[in-house]
Design a protein around this ligand. Structure first.
Ligand code: FES
Length: 309
């Protein structure tokens, strides 16, 4: 464990012997961390994806913590044995892009650190705009300053609460980004909302974002049926319930983790019907295809959904 910035602790996770390697991961991936007390939280891997002997994560002590970040800061200690999931990635780097432009807010820098490491390995041109309250609140500044000296690299910090500081002008930043660049954003909801607005005119395939929190309420109106194609069972989803709640009530336990529509673990294929998407994982184009949904938070716009379960 390492102090990385005000309220940010970095953790290095290594495999327990006899294992000496961890599963490979791609830049932008995250893991589930099972915490003492039974909580499960998702954290992005921030180290170089070429590394197999360790995973690095960083955890911001969130003033509005529902227990996860407080637990990491106050209960987890050096040498503890923790259980984690294999890595999953809903925020991949498009390695074919001519220019990668990253926008990070606060602890949203974590997946972007691994993406930049990958860019450096491949020699891909990249730019980073990194917003934080002050330099003291920004993790990995020294590393990024060193990386900014390399060719193909450009880093701009924005410390809005530093003397003379102001909020990052995302619209101006994005207006300066070439049309064929790929743009990536991770950070707090207001930054992501500004990013969505400023990139609405860009091709969807070139715009990538990762949410740490849900910005949409779950669909809990109920009033539709769910049929499980593989088992032939069906359930009626009532008001106040998620599809996942309903399935668990009849003893079906599909994989799930965050239960907020941000981790992607509960994704299920839709064979018939129209989902009411509420997750933060699928892009607008993926949602429009209506061929999968996150059952922890999404509902139905049609009276019946048939799922590949
Ligand atoms: S459990 Fe995380 S998206 Fe549904």
């Amino acid at each position: 464990m390492r102090y990385e910035a005000t309220s940010v602790i970095g953790l290095e996770l290594v495999p327990l012997p006899p294992l000496n390697e961890l599963p490979a991961f791609d830049a932008g991936a995250h893991i589930d961390l099972l915490l003492p007390g039974g909580l499960t939280r998702q954290y992005s891997l921030l180290n170089d994806p070429a590394e197999r002997q360790r995973y690095q994560i960083a955890v911001n002590k969130d003033a509005h913590s529902r227990g996860g970040s407080r637990c990491v800061h106050e209960r987890v200690r050096v040498g503890d044995v923790l259980t984690i999931s294999a890595p999953r990635n809903h925020f991949p780097l498009d390695e074919s892009a001519v220019l990668q432009v990253f926008i990070a807010g606060g602890i949203g820098i974590t997946p972007i650190m691994s993406m930049i490491a990958r860019c450096r390995t491949l020699g891909l041109p990249w730019r980073l705009y990194y917003a934080a309250r002050t330099r003291e609140y920004a993790a990995f500044v020294d590393t990024l300053e060193a990386w900014a000296k390399g060719p193909e690299a450009q880093v701009q910090f924005n410390f809005d609460q530093a003397p003379g500081g102001k909020m990052l002008d995302l619209a101006a930043v994005l207006a300066s980004v070439p049309a064929d660049a790929h743009v990536y954003c991770c950070g707090p909801l207001p930054l992501l909302a500004a990013f969505e607005a400023a990139t609405a005119h860009r091709p969807a395939g070139q715009v990538h974002r990762e949410y740490f929190a849900a910005s949409e309420a779950a669909a809990t109106a109920g009033g539709f049926s769910v049929e499980l194609a593989r088992s032939g069972r069906s359930v009626q989803v009532q008001a106040g319930e998620s599809i996942l709640d309903c399935l668990m009530a009849i003893g079906v336990e599909p994989p799930h983790s965050c239960r907020e529509g941000i981790c992607g673990t509960c994704e299920v294929r839709v064979l018939e019907g129209v989902p009411d998407h509420r997750d933060m994982v699928l892009s607008a184009a993926e949602k429009a295809r209506n061929d999968r949904l996150m059952i922890c938070c999404s509902g139905a716009k049609s009276p019946r959904l048939v799922l590949d379960l």
